[in-house]
Write a new protein. Structure first.
Length: 291
């Protein structure tokens, strides 16, 4: 049996306010014979000290305690290492945790961690930034940027921003090369899916797999506002592939350009503007703790 050593990386400013003492909860309920430590990621702009500590102290499992942004930061430093990612989901969407069937309650997540069952998944890369669930451009990246400035978190706040911005947002024309095949597409948004969902069990690419060595590119055309409830229903019921507004293509290498500035997101974290997007896949490059 492997003698694991855990490091819990806690983001005290995670998506939804912590109404529990997460540190005490972990100490009192992580009932294993494994050694573990707890550190806090206090400074959003300084992750290097966390990275150096995690990678240089013989840990075998690093646990991201927070939302999708925290998970992305911790997972990004573990790609192509022998350290596995664990998750205690405390965010608004919890996309990767849900995709891995990690319980949304802390005690359930700790139970999964105590069993230390490890598998491997692919990692996506967009303009050099790793992502593990979804990345994208267009409307969802626009909303991610606005949501990052929001003083309130959660699904209700996210939907409120969507409804406010829907009418004013215009689709863009993109020049796309996917595995050498050229496409010219006018799209409301384009998602690059490693896992199937954004978070909150909204499935943009229900057939995407995290271990197939491919990215699922999802192109969404502009649709009438009256169709929004039906599209949301399809997202929740994993029926989007039956929508006439969506087009799916699988591939390993994607290059995309536009005459207009492009903003992208990686696991919901917004980027700055650019004019060229390069998306790739790193097969089975991340160890994860699963049920």
């Amino acid at each position: 049996m492997i003698k694991h050593k855990f490091i819990f990386v806690i983001n005290p400013k995670a998506g939804k306010k912590m109404n529990i003492d997460i540190c005490t909860l972990i100490k009192n309920n992580f009932k294993t014979n494994f050694d573990f430590e707890i550190i806090f990621w206090e400074n959003k702009d300084d992750f290097d000290s966390i990275k150096n500590y995690v990678l240089n102290n013989a840990f075998t499992i690093a646990v991201a305690v927070g939302g999708d942004g925290t998970v992305n930061q911790v997972a990004s430093i573990l790609v192509n290492t022998d350290i596995a990612l664990g998750i205690i989901p405390l965010g608004s969407g919890n996309g990767l945790a849900r995709s891995l069937n990690i319980p949304m309650n802390t005690l359930g997540a700790l139970e999964v961690l105590s069993k230390a069952s490890i598998s491997k998944i692919d990692s996506g890369v967009i303009n050099g930034r790793p992502f593990f669930c979804t990345s994208g451009i267009g409307f969802d990246a626009h909303i991610s940027k606005l949501f990052s400035f929001s003083t309130t978190r959660g699904l209700k706040s996210y939907i409120k921003i969507i409804c406010k911005e829907f009418y004013s947002y215009s689709p863009q024309l993109y020049n796309v090369f996917i595995d050498g095949i050229q496409l010219n597409e006018k799209a409301f948004l384009i998602s690059f899916a490693n896992a199937g969902q954004y978070g909150n069990n909204f499935y943009i690419a229900p057939n995407a797999k995290m271990n197939d060595g491919e990215i699922t590119m999802c192109l969404l055309k502009k649709f009438p506002i009256l169709s929004l409830p039906f599209l949301l229903f399809k997202l929740l019921r994993k029926k989007t592939e039956k929508s006439s507004y969506l087009k799916y293509i699988n591939g390993k290498e994607i290059t995309l350009t536009s005459e207009q500035p492009i903003i992208y997101h990686f696991d919901g974290e917004p980027s700055e503007f650019t004019t060229k997007i390069i998306v790739g896949i790193l097969p089975l490059s991340l160890k994860v703790v699963v049920i």
